[in-house]
Design a binder for this molecule. Structure first.
Ligand SMILES: [Zn+2]
Length: 395
């Protein structure tokens, strides 16, 4: 494991590459975003491309909606609605896939988003099937948010077909955190079946893999966790087809500036304290289970949400690398007590069982062990080996 010389992301991050200069490709993308380097992005041209896409979809649907916006109570949802409705005058159909462990502030933000003057469908998926999928995802691939991820990615396509809507508008996309520089532009711009299979954190597990007598899940139970056929998608809006795009590809995404805007102008609310796995009060605040997803990510790869946030803040010039290292050492990978307790309560699991599943996915190369078990501080946090702590300080 080595660390980027510019941010604090390690090479263990899936789909992230490092250049010969020791800088990760998310940082190189940030450079291009800020208009520097040989691949500087022409934002005027991209905004024009977006406007053309919008005009192609405006009024095209027999349902009367111009686009679908997948939403939660997070910051991106309100920004997406703002851009689509207030800036481009579109009539969106907002779609919320019920989160695993929703928070009060997330619920308030979702109510508020509704009151921006949009139709909102809140999909209360079958909880019995969903909860079985959550446990299976956790045990099989070490991700309790696997079922949520697959649901939020596939459901908008299902509704695009059902409501005959040719455009789906996503938020941030891959541009901010993951490797982009060496992948095709299409995967930065568009969400499709290939994207879901290759880049959507699904760890090679498909919904179909869960069907069976042992899980009690039938083929009919998982239809909304699978994509419509390519033919169905191609027929949308008089054969216009359905295109799903990331706003972050077309506009110079800056989460902090956008949060300031929606807080000031659109009544969006932060947490009063920080999010459990990081130092910020605005990332992943709508679902406690996302904290667990970030915690297991730390167990597997040695970086969590605080490292993501600090790396993003460095790339946008809000902090320098020294401060990022301090923030990560202070907050990254702390055992998320409250989120674990909420998860164990909901899923009738003991904390010992929860920890033992996590241990099965925790890296022995990254964390200290003693007599075959992982060393934990008294607050239950794992102990990163000194060489990596040192490597992060001096990449
Ligand atoms: Zn970097």
């Amino acid at each position: 494991m080595r660390f980027c010389k510019s941010c604090v992301t390690p090479s263990t991050r899936p789909d992230l590459d490092f250049g010969p200069d020791g800088v990760c490709d998310a940082c190189k993308t940030a450079e291009a975003k800020h208009g520097h380097g040989p691949h500087a992005i022409d934002w005027t041209k991209r905004a024009k491309d977006f406007a053309e896409l919008v005009e192609r979809s405006r009024g095209a649907s027999s349902s009367g909606y111009d686009c679908i916006i997948p939403v939660s109570g997070g910051k991106d949802s309100t920004w997406q609605v703002h851009v689509a409705k207030n800036v481009y005058g579109l009539r969106p159909l907002c779609l919320c896939f019920e989160p695993t462990l929703p928070t009060a502030v997330g619920r308030e933000n979702l109510e508020n988003l509704n009151r921006l003057g949009v139709d909102l469908l809140h999909v209360k998926r079958n909880p019995l099937v969903y909860e079985r999928m959550i446990i299976e995802g956790f045990k099989r691939v070490g991700d309790m948010e696997w079922a949520n991820h697959i649901g939020i990615w596939t459901l908008p396509f299902r509704f695009a077909v059902a409501f005959d809507i040719p455009l789906i508008i996503w938020g941030e996309g891959r541009m901010e955190f993951a490797g982009n520089f060496w992948i095709g532009e299409k995967n930065q711009r568009e969400m499709d079946e290939d994207f879901i299979n290759n880049f959507a954190c699904l760890n090679g597990l498909r919904a179909e893999d869960l069907v069976g007598a042992d899980t009690g899940i039938g083929l009919g139970d998982i239809s909304m966790y699978t994509m419509p056929t390519r033919e169905q998608l191609a027929r949308v809006s008089g054969n216009k087809g359905c295109t799903a795009v990331f706003l972050g590809f077309f506009f110079n995404w800056d989460a902090r500036a956008q949060v300031d805007y929606i807080e000031k102008n659109l009544n969006w609310g932060r947490r009063v304290d920080r999010v459990e796995t990081t130092y910020t009060d605005f990332e992943k605040l709508d679902c406690l289970s996302m904290n667990l997803h970030d915690y297991v990510k730390y167990c597997k790869f040695g970086y969590g949400r605080a490292a993501d946030d600090a790396s993003r803040d460095v790339r946008h010039g809000y902090i320098d690398r020294e401060e990022a290292v301090r923030l990560v050492e202070r907050w990254d990978g702390r055992y998320p007590q409250a989120s674990v307790a909420a998860f164990c309560d909901k899923f009738k699991m003991s904390r010992q069982e929860f920890d033992s599943i996590c241990d099965g996915f925790t890296s022995r190369a990254i964390f200290e062990t003693k007599d075959g078990s992982f060393v934990r501080d008294i607050d239950r946090s794992l102990v990163m080996k000194k060489q990596w702590v040192e490597g992060r300080r001096n990449p």
